[in-house]
Design a protein around this ligand. Structure first.
Ligand SMILES: Cc1ncc(C[n+]2csc(CCOP(=O)(O)OP(=O)(O)O)c2C)c(N)n1
Length: 318
């Protein structure tokens, strides 16, 4: 199923919102008075392409680069920002920060900062869904570094044996913290590793939002038709450092340049302009809306209170 022109514009706007959110956070972090985060800048097409192909009853588990997934799912940027700042109005009442945020009402049940933690949890979440005969698939976002851990193989093996409704999404952004993917992998692509577990798989251009959306729709249809999991690899690039304190001194301009040409938002804009869908007036409207939304979000987060001291031991297990 192809997306309509109107839907493609919505995808562009969502990607621009995520970019603007990240740029705003980076400017606050540069002042030195804002918590650190792991930015998904450059990976917007992967987040928006996958999440836009999901239904409301689908569940998401994600990793330390989760802001794009949350915003793509419709999270309020003000509440996400408030959570990062430890404010009471955040999605987890300020107790998670950026690295553990969840938003149950959106079906985002876990952000794992333990690399591969989401891969260990997803089999349990999906098994529960299957045993309770609940509709929907469970999506697990993780990076190429997580795919190089043993838990990736354990998770895929069990999901295949137990026939769990899991869409594994490996966002292959070419970096694993401060290590190049090429230094830890003997092969180029992760998707074919699914073959070892009899799991259908595909690598898609992760900077092309419509291609990611189409690949996700195909994968979800496969999961629903066969009752078996699917491994989707989105081939993309992290445009910022591993975390906000990383000055990227170890990454050359010549490495970054070709990827910046392939920027997912610039490419989508060019495509929609070329086919006559995106006019200068429409683009200006979107830019104005996005800027207003981020300004509102920041104002909300900054004005929000910190949790009261009495909240210290609420909502915790021990
Ligand atoms: C089990 C574990 N080992 C190491 C770390 C430190 N660490 C945080 S993110 C990261 C790199 C993860 O790389 P990848 O899975 O490719 O995700 P990306 O950061 O590229 O999105 C590492 C090593 C951690 N959080 N957890």
């Amino acid at each position: 199923m192809k997306s309509s022109a109107a839907e493609a514009v919505q995808l562009l706007e969502k990607m621009m919102l995520i970019r603007a959110y990240e740029e705003h956070l980076a400017s606050l972090q540069a002042s030195g008075h804002f918590p650190m985060t792991c930015s998904p800048q450059g990976q917007e097409a992967s987040a928006v392409g996958v999440v836009s192909a999901l239904d409301a009853d689908d569940t998401i588990l994600t990793n330390h680069r989760s802001a794009g997934h949350l915003l793509a799912r419709g999270a309020d940027p003000g509440r996400v920002m408030a959570e990062v700042m430890g404010k009471a109005t955040g999605y987890c009442k300020g107790k998670s920060g950026s690295l553990h945020i969840s938003a149950k009402e959106l079906g985002v049940v876990l952000t794992s900062t333990i690399v591969g933690g989401e891969l260990s949890m997803v089999t349990g979440v999906a098994l529960a869904k299957k045993m309770l005969a609940e509709a929907g698939v469970v999506v697990c976002f993780f990076g190429d570094g997580a795919a190089c851990e043993g838990i990736f193989h354990e998770s895929l093996n069990l999901a295949s044996v137990w026939q769990l409704p899991i869409l594994y999404v490996c966002e292959n952004n070419q970096w694993q913290a401060f290590v190049r993917r090429k230094e830890t992998m003997a092969v180029e692509y992760i998707a074919p590793w699914g073959n070892s577990y009899a799991m259908a798989n595909q690598t898609v251009n992760g900077n092309d939002v419509l291609a990611v959306q189409a690949a996700t729709r195909h994968a979800v249809a496969h999961i629903k038709a066969t009752g078996t999991p699917y491994l989707l690899e989105t081939w993309t690039y992290r445009q910022r450092g591993h975390y906000s304190g990383d000055n990227m001194a170890h990454i050359s301009a010549s490495e970054q340049a070709p990827w910046l040409v392939l920027d997912p938002i610039a490419q989508c804009r060019q495509q929609l302009t070329a086919d006559g869908t995106l006019t200068p007036a429409l683009l200006a409207d979107i830019e104005t809306r996005v800027a207003a939304e981020i300004a509102r979000a920041s104002e909300f987060a900054h004005a929000s209170p910190y949790p009261a001291a009495a909240e210290l031991l609420t909502d915790v297990y021990a």
